[in-house]
Design a protein around this ligand. Structure first.
Ligand SMILES: [Zn+2]
Ligand SMILES: [Zn+2]
Length: 155
């Protein structure tokens, strides 16, 4: 896969999605989209704002938030809440998936299993609750951090 080609596809998709809704592809929207697709798959609004500032000095956090909200509504990205109430924007897979959070480096890694199982939905239904969606977040150590820990343990 070629990076240049990916970028073109990505840009075309954003143009199309926005155009279908009668919205304009502004340079800011374009750049925000490029940042979230190019960087880590799970980023916070603050991280995006910091990167944006290099190109658009003084861009405000509310502007970033409203663009991210727009992208979320359009289904371009997904929003997920993590334990301390922080919101992260997920630009990875478009299908629902679970996540793993490393307690040492804080990285969030995609895991290709359903975040809600049929069993969960059945159990909730038995309790009289009808499920729309759910998040599954597993905690532990990522490969790199686990390797570091075992190294320092043997010293
Ligand atoms: Zn880690
Ligand atoms: Zn994800």
């Amino acid at each position: 896969m070629q990076a240049a080609q990916d970028e073109r596809t990505v840009q075309t998709n954003l143009d199309k999605v926005l155009h279908d809704k009668g919205l304009r592809t502004t340079p800011q929207r374009k750049l925000i989209y490029r940042i979230i697709t190019a960087t880590a798959q799970h980023v916070s609004a603050q991280q995006i704002q910091q990167e944006l500032e290099e190109v658009f000095p003084g861009i405000s956090l509310p502007t970033v938030y409203s663009t991210l909200e727009l992208f979320t509504q359009l289904g371009v990205i997904h929003k997920m809440a993590i334990n301390n109430g922080e919101m992260l924007y997920d630009t990875g897979w478009s299908h629902p998936h679970a996540h793993m959070r490393c307690k040492k480096c804080g990285r969030i890694i995609d895991l290709d299993i359903p975040p809600v199982t049929q069993q969960d939905i059945r159990s909730a239904a038995e309790a009289g609750f009808s499920v729309d969606s759910g998040d599954l977040l597993l905690y532990g150590l990522c490969k790199e951090c686990a390797a570091q820990e075992s190294k320092s343990a043997t010293v």
